[in-house]
Design a protein. Structure first.
Length: 229
């Protein structure tokens, strides 16, 4: 199985089962959600490589879902699958930041091809930036676990780097402690929770003089990595 993770939102149980099964047979790890609200919450707990959304979803439709996800992540590819055939709907979807719009009934072969194309493009874009991201007044080299600016270099541990990447992927979003622990450590037991607190403290010290960066502690809930842009 490859390491690519797909977030899939579809409320039609039969179609969802068939599509998920086909994607998994081709090696993808698929997380399925039956409504938009749960899908958005799920997006906040794991880093996904691509999103596939129906538009007519309960609780939060696909357009709203894509809008919220684009506020948090401008890079993850989004493909709409919809029975809505009007040109206006397709244009709206693309303007909201979707990468493609397939009309139901769709060919699974075409969907697989689209997924492959957008994943390759996404990976190429990441490689072309040499894994460098801007965090406040620092540049973050995610490949080498390094924060640097004109006057200093800070070496991060692998866990600190993974935690910072997770925060950046879900900036300005409330993250539950268990979501962070499961995403970074794969579990949420007491000792890993203590480790998380140590790493949070370390990142807070690093960004203490950054007015545009803050890690808010939400008592009894978790944390929010606030970035003022």
């Amino acid at each position: 199985m490859n390491s690519f993770k797909i977030l899939y939102a579809e409320d039609d149980e039969t179609l969802a089962f068939l599509t998920k099964d086909n994607l998994e047979q081709h090696g993808y790890q698929v997380t399925h959600c039956a409504d938009g609200k749960v899908c958005l919450e799920t997006f906040g707990s794991t880093v996904f490589d691509i999103c596939i959304f129906d538009i007519m979803l309960p609780k939060m439709d696909g357009f709203e879902l894509a809008t919220e996800i684009r506020k948090r992540n401008t890079d993850v590819p989004i493909i709409f699958l919809s029975a809505k055939t009007l040109k206006e709907d397709r244009i709206k979807g693309l303007r909201l930041g979707a990468d493609d719009y397939l009309i139901k009934p769709f060919s699974i072969e075409e969907l697989l091809l689209k997924v492959e194309i957008f994943l390759k493009r996404s990976q190429k874009n990441r490689a072309s930036t040499h894994f460098i991201r801007t965090v406040g007044g620092y540049q973050f080299d995610t490949k080498n676990f390094l924060l640097f600016n004109a006057t200093e270099k800070i070496n991060l541990t692998q866990r600190e780097s993974e935690l910072l990447q997770f925060f950046l992927a879900h900036k300005n979003t409330v993250l539950k402690r268990e979501q962070i622990l499961k995403a970074i450590w794969g579990d949420d037991d007491y000792f890993m929770g203590r480790s998380l607190d140590v790493f949070i403290s370390r990142l807070r010290k690093i960004f203490a003089h950054e007015n545009s960066i803050a890690i808010e502690n939400l008592h009894g809930i978790g944390f929010k990595f606030v970035v003022v842009e």
